[in-house]
Design a protein around this ligand. Structure first.
Ligand code: ADP
Length: 406
């Protein structure tokens, strides 16, 4: 089942998009509606809130007095946490119940206004953000919701910034234009991305890059794309993965590359990646295992093939080709992925040399696998330089993780 998180700043057009997705056949779960439902009159959620905060948060008719409760939690961080501790699990249970009612092959859209603020993106296969210029949103809110300019501005100021939303968005729906333009864009994304992704999940298929090697200039959005993938995998795998890292050419700023995001999942023992729980969790999350490709090519300096074993997963997202290499912590293959990335990030001359070699090989290789093989000798030759760099900078793979944690 494809789970899409839909969000957008107030007045962006999120509700308009949700309505269109419902028409197209999605099961839309509105978290605002659920948030009201779990504290509706007569609910056990309301009883729990009254028990914690007292009768003062009830209106005369027995319903929740939101402004009164808001005043309490606005001023008191502990009170806010307590309230969330009562409402969030109930919303999560209702969400799961509703999602379980989806038909086979039905796309489930979670409409969550504060998805970015609450950092919930990694829990979804895809995050769709509706965006519009602040002035445009302001004008719409004043015109259609009767807000004053000041009210609308203060609501927007309390939410995430556009930059934060862009970093979280797998799909950005621009709504600066007409409603018709927005609708056409939603319909296109529905066809080309959402239903195609759902189909891949059902069939266990993965998306693939071009058959002939195709280099594109460095894309400044690659780091954010890599971060979304590593965060998603971290969320999916939990304790099954020791760490998840963006590796490969797209993780080296400035380097031209094939438009494929490489990610390394670090496991304590490679056998952990063969457990059905691991393989199934990955497939459900949109990273189906690809059989074959169980081995990186050993470098002459370290010829033991056991040091170069791996498992390989693709991406079911038709809009994002990704290669997930699962490697054992401490193995040669694991270490080299990190060493080459960090060296190329640091050494502009090596980066330029590698890019020139990539361009030359891409122009003479008949297929993408041929190209990948043809690159190996450059890496073999470059390895002593990378190792010398590691010594001179006191690089260690563990240091990489510590730096990332800091
Ligand atoms: P949100 O749910 O993000 O707060 P809505 O979907 O409710 O935003 O849109 C805010 C208001 O702007 C609604 O009244 C909606 O009908 C209107 N609206 C949405 N998209 C457009 C558009 N492209 N042009 C003009 N008005 C729009």
């Amino acid at each position: 089942m494809l789970r899409v998180g839909l969000t957008g700043g107030i007045g962006s057009g999120k509700s308009t998009v949700a309505a269109r997705l419902r028409e197209l056949g999605a099961l839309v779960i509105d978290s605002d509606v659920l948030a009201r439902e779990v504290v509706a009159p007569g609910s056990d959620g309301l009883a729990a809130v009254v028990e914690r905060f007292g009768d003062g948060v009830l209106a005369a008719d027995g319903s929740l007095d939101r402004p009164a409760l808001g005043a309490v939690v606005f001023a008191d961080e502990t009170a806010r946490r307590d309230l969330e501790g009562l409402t969030h699990p109930r919303i999560a249970r209702r969400t799961a119940d509703l999602a379980a009612g989806a038909a086979e092959g039905q796309v489930v859209v979670h409409d969550v206004p504060l998805l970015v603020e609450k950092q919930m993106g990694p829990a979804y296969h895809l995050v769709v953000v509706v965006g519009a210029d602040e002035e445009v949103r302001l004008e719409r809110l004043v015109r259609t919701r009767g807000m004053t300019q000041a009210e609308a501005r203060s609501r927007m100021a309390s939410q995430a910034t556009d930059g934060q939303r862009r970093a979280a968005a797998d799909v950005w729906l621009d709504n600066d234009g007409t409603p018709e333009e927005l609708r056409a864009e939603v319909d296109r994304v529905w066809r080309a991305r959402l239903t195609a992704y759902e189909h891949n999940l059902l069939t266990g298929s993965r998306s693939r890059g071009p058959r002939v090697p195709t280099l594109v200039p460095y894309d400044a959005s690659w780091p954010a794309q890599g971060r979304r993938l590593t965060q998603r995998l971290t969320h999916v795998l939990g304790a099954r993965a020791a760490d998840v890292q963006h590796i490969g050419s797209t993780s080296v700023p400035g380097l031209a590359a094939k438009d494929v995001i490489d990610v390394q999942v670090e496991v304590a023992r490679l056998e952990d990646a063969d457990e059905p729980g691991f393989v199934e969790a990955m497939a459900r999350a949109g990273f189906p295992r690809a059989e074959g490709n169980l081995q990186d090519r050993p470098k002459p300096q370290l010829p033991d093939p056991r040091q170069w074993r791996k498992r390989f997963h693709g991406s079911a997202d038709p809009g994002r080709v990704a290669h997930v290499h699962v490697r054992e912590a401490g193995s040669a293959g694991w270490r080299f992925a990190l060493l080459f990335r960090d060296w190329l990030r640091d050494d502009a001359e090596a980066r330029d040399e590698y890019e020139a070699e990539k361009r030359r090989l891409a122009s003479v290789s008949a297929s993408t696998p041929d190209y990948a093989d043809a690159k190996e000798p450059w890496f073999d030759r470059a390895l002593p330089r990378a190792e010398a760099w590691a010594v001179s900078t006191r690089w260690t793979p563990e240091g990489v993780r510590e730096a990332a944690d800091a």
